[in-house]
Design a protein. Structure first.
Length: 118
């Protein structure tokens, strides 16, 4: 089994920054990509950002482009999400996930709460 643990969430004022981290442990497997998702109260979970290890290409939701940056180290099985210029609408539980093939995320963390006050 693979475990993912997120950290770095918290309360921040609008315009501030937070850096989320996610570390994988447990069974070794060949990860194709890692990503961040979020779920706000009463809303469905949505994609935020992802990184593909083979070419380190990244992808972002339109709502976070230019404000968030994903980075990571596949050898260390860690991924980070630098979040700048935070807005109240970024408030959500943020989850990291990883998978072995495009479009699939097999393992998920428990989530970390991010709250942005206005």
């Amino acid at each position: 089994q693979v475990q993912l643990v997120e950290s770095g969430g918290g309360l921040v004022q609008a315009g501030g920054s937070l850096r989320l981290s996610c570390a994988a442990s447990g069974r070794t497997f060949s990860s194709y990509h890692m990503g961040w998702f979020r779920q706000a109260p009463g809303k469905e979970r949505e994609f935020v950002a992802s990184i593909i290890w083979s070419d380190r290409s990244t992808n972002y939701a339109d709502s976070v482009k230019g404000r968030f940056a994903i980075s990571g180290d596949n050898a260390k099985r860690t991924v980070h999400l630098q979040m700048n210029s935070l807005k109240p609408e970024d408030t959500a539980v943020y989850y990291c996930a990883t998978g072995r093939s495009p479009g699939h995320y097999e393992y998920w963390g428990q989530g970390t709460q991010v709250t942005v006050s206005s």
